[in-house]
Design a binder for this molecule. Structure first.
Ligand SMILES: [Zn+2]
Length: 126
């Protein structure tokens, strides 16, 4: 059995979910301590980055210069939110599949949108 230090009092307890610390009564949840912070950051990135990219590309597509600039911004954000960069977080196999799945789906959607904009731009271009 894996043990961990209680995040409240530092007493050594089992790291299993639902373990109640015998010293202070803290219950071990899914997200604890450092893991909680990193997960928070990761969740914010996986949700907000595609959203921001989507809005940026949507509004910048009026002008070809801002549109291409937004693609660069998007590429940078996509890179920064890539699950491969979150080495500090110990993912279980299921979490890895979930995060990669979300990242790939969102990015595939945005790339499809960029592609559609480019095709439309060429069709209606001067
Ligand atoms: Zn405790």
């Amino acid at each position: 059995m894996n043990t961990t230090d209680c995040p409240e009092c530092g007493y050594e307890i089992l790291s299993r979910l639902g373990t109640v610390c015998p010293k202070c009564g803290h219950t071990i949840g899914y997200f604890e301590g450092e893991k909680k912070k990193k997960y928070g950051k990761f969740f914010a990135l996986t949700v907000f980055v595609p959203f921001i990219s989507f809005i940026t590309i949507l509004f910048s597509s009026i002008n070809p210069y801002t549109f291409y600039a937004s693609i660069f911004i998007y590429a940078y954000l996509a890179y920064k939110s890539c699950p491969a960069l979150f080495k500090g977080v110990t993912f279980t196999k299921y979490e890895k599949v979930l995060f990669w799945g979300v990242w790939i789906i969102f990015n595939a959607m945005i790339i499809a949108m960029i592609y559609n904009n480019i095709v439309k731009g060429f069709e209606s271009g001067s």
